[in-house]
Design a protein around this ligand. Structure first.
Ligand code: SF4
Ligand code: SF4
Length: 158
């Protein structure tokens, strides 16, 4: 197997700039398991969580956003459910899309100021994150609005 371009590892530490939690309309996919975790974290029932903070988008569930495009869980430019944020975010930026080649990574870095900063991820760790993303999200490209503007709609599909 040929050596991957990120074989020597990469750096990433979220700067919590909130940029990926706002912007053009998009989707934050959540699984049933994630909804359970978020409800527990917020100390509300799953029913309340679903009614107040989610909506159906086809066969999936997405977090709701405000009229200005902010995710419902964004406050003071920070994620208020950070420890239990959906997998779509947890494994960012180690998505197949961004790891395809160095240019794809550089493009992602233009949108996300945490890329190439802070914590070092070894090749093995990157591969683990990448596998988790694919396994957890099972996201397929379905909506062209998921274009590079924010992580929700832009950071794109894993
Ligand atoms: S754009 Fe990057 S640095 Fe900013 S909140 Fe999102 S992941 Fe973190
Ligand atoms: S759930 Fe995702 S989009 Fe919403 S505030 Fe948290 S990190 Fe941002």
């Amino acid at each position: 197997m040929s050596r991957k371009w990120y074989a020597d590892g990469l750096h990433f530490s979220c700067q919590q700039c909130g940029k990926c939690c706002t912007g053009e309309p998009g989707y934050v996919w959540v699984t049933k398991e994630e909804l359970r975790e978020i409800a527990e974290f917020l100390k509300i029932s799953e029913k309340q969580l679903r009614a107040k903070y989610t909506h159906r988008a086809g066969w999936r569930i997405s977090l709701t956003e405000s009229a200005n495009g902010d995710c419902a869980f964004l406050a003071d430019e920070k994620c208020t459910i950070y420890p239990v944020r959906p997998a779509q975010y947890r494994n960012w930026p180690f998505w197949n899309l961004n790891l395809e080649n160095q240019s794809a990574w550089n493009r992602a870095a233009q949108r996300c100021c945490g890329i190439n900063k802070g914590e070092f991820y070894s090749f093995e760790k990157i591969e683990e994150e990448r596998r988790l993303t694919t396994k957890n999200t099972k996201v397929k490209k379905r909506n062209p609005r998921w274009a590079p503007q924010s992580r929700r709609n832009a950071i794109g599909d894993p």
